[in-house]
Design a binder for this molecule. Structure first.
Ligand SMILES: [Zn+2]
Length: 333
C-alpha cells in the first residue's frame, strides 16, 4: 500500500490573509509568516528517523506557493521558492501550489478568480515561466482550494506539468463569502472517479487526451445531521450568488486531511480505505501551521502508525511515496 503525504505550503494562519490590503495600499508585505513551514520540516526530519528505525523510508512533497498574491505581497512569483526550495529539497520534493487569488480594488480584498480566463491563464503562464527562468522547473502541482476548470487544466498540461494532485472525487463546494466580502473555496469534482486519468480538454473531470496526469486525492463519505446543516449553509450562501447548482445533502465526500482526522471515527474510516479492493494508494494532506499545534503531531503519528498496523493486519507493506514516485508508479497500475 502506497501512502502519499503532501503539504500545501501556505503561510501561517492563512485565513488571516483574506482581507489584508495589498502592497500598494497597506502593510501586509513582509508580514506573511512561514514558521509553520520550518516547524513542519524539522518535525518531518525527526519523524523520518522514527520510521527509519522501523525499516521504512518517509517521503513527502511540499507544494510551495507561487502566484499573483505572492508576487504582489512578497515581490516576485519565485520569492517563496527562493527562500525555501533548497532547504526542503535536501530531504523532500517540491511542487507548485498556485492560488488564483486576485485583488479586488472595489471590495478591497483578495478573492478567488474563477471566471476571467484571460487573467487566469496569463497568471499561470507568467508564474510558471518566472519559476523556470529562476531555476525552479516545476513538474507537479496542487491547485489552491483544489480548484480546476477546463482552462486551468489545459494550461497546466500545455506548460508541461507532469501530474496534478487536486481532484477530490465526489466532492464539490460552491464557494463561500469570507467575512462577507471575499469569495473563495469553489471547486467541483463531483463527477470524478477515484483513479488517475488524463483529463479531457473539454471536461477536466473526465478521461481524455491531455498530457497531464490527474492523480485524485483520497476522499471518504461522511453522513449525518451535521453534514446536512453544513451543506444547507453552503447552499444558502451559493444561492445568494445566484448559483443554484448546489443542493443540501445528509452525506458528502470529505478529503483526507490532517484537520479532518481530529475525529476518531474519521481515522477509522481512513484506515478502512486501505483494505478496499483495487485501491493502490491513499493520500493525506496538511498545512504547515498545523504543526504549530503539538496536538496535531499526535494526530499525525496516530494516523501513520494506525495505517502501518492496519496494513500489517491485511498482509500489506506500507511505502511512502512522494509526487515523482507516485507519478512513476501510476503507469504500472
Ligand atoms: Zn493553499
Amino acid at each position: 500500500m502506497n501512502v502519499f503525504i503532501h503539504v500545501d505550503a501556505d503561510p501561517d494562519n492563512f485565513s488571516a490573509c483574506k482581507l489584508n490590503p495589498n502592497k500598494q495600499t497597506g502593510t501586509l508585505a513582509g508580514s506573511l509568516k512561514w514558521n509553520g513551514l520550518l516547524a513542519t520540516l524539522d518535525y518531518f526530519e525527526e519523524f523520518s528517523e522514527k520510521l527509519k528505525n522501523l525499516g521504512l523510508a518517509f517521503r513527502a512533497t511540499f507544494f510551495l506557493r507561487a502566484d499573483e498574491q505572492i508576487k504582489n505581497l512578497c515581490g516576485a512569483y519565485s520569492e517563496i521558492f527562493s527562500e525555501y526550495y533548497n532547504k526542503i529539497s535536501q530531504l523532500f520534493t517540491v511542487g507548485w501550489h498556485p492560488h488564483l487569488y486576485r485583488w479586488s480594488e472595489g471590495r478591497h480584498c483578495w478573492h478567488q478568480e474563477c471566471r476571467d480566463g484571460e487573467w487566469i491563464s496569463r497568471v499561470l503562464i507568467n508564474c510558471y515561466d518566472h519559476l523556470k527562468s529562476h531555476g525552479f522547473p516545476v513538474e507537479f502541482s496542487k491547485m489552491g482550494w483544489c480548484f480546476h476548470n477546463n482552462l486551468t487544466m489545459k494550461t497546466l498540461s500545455n506548460l508541461g506539468i507532469k501530474a496534478d494532485f487536486s481532484a477530490l472525487p465526489g466532492a464539490k463546494n460552491p464557494g463561500q463569502l469570507e467575512d462577507g466580502l471575499s469569495f473563495q473555496d469553489k471547486f467541483d469534482w463531483s463527477r470524478t472517479y477515484p483513479r488517475p486519468y488524463h483529463p479531457d480538454e473539454n471536461d477536466y473531470q473526465s478521461k481524455g487526451n491531455l498530457k497531464i496526469l490527474e492523480i485524485p486525492l483520497t476522499t471518504y463519505r461522511i453522513v449525518g445531521l451535521i453534514v446536512l446543516f453544513y451543506t444547507i449553509k453552503l447552499a444558502l450562501r451559493s444561492y445568494l450568488r445566484l448559483d443554484f447548482s448546489y443542493l443540501p445533502s445528509y452525506q458528502m465526500m470529505a478529503p483526507l486531511t490532517l484537520a479532518n482526522l481530529k475525529k476518531k471515527e474519521d481515522l477509522e474510516k481512513a484506515c478502512e480505505l486501505l483494505g478496499k479492493n483495487g485501491r493502490h494508494y491513499i493520500t493525506m494532506y496538511l498545512h504547515p501551521d498545523d504543526f504549530l499545534d503539538a496536538n496535531k503531531k499526535v494526530i499525525f503519528e496516530n494516523f501513520i502508525f494506525r495505517l502501518i498496523s492496519k496494513a500489517q493486519e491485511n498482509g500489506m507493506k506500507i511505502s511512502f511515496l512522494d509526487a515523482p514516485h507516485l507519478y512513476r508508479f501510476i503507469p504500472c497500475m
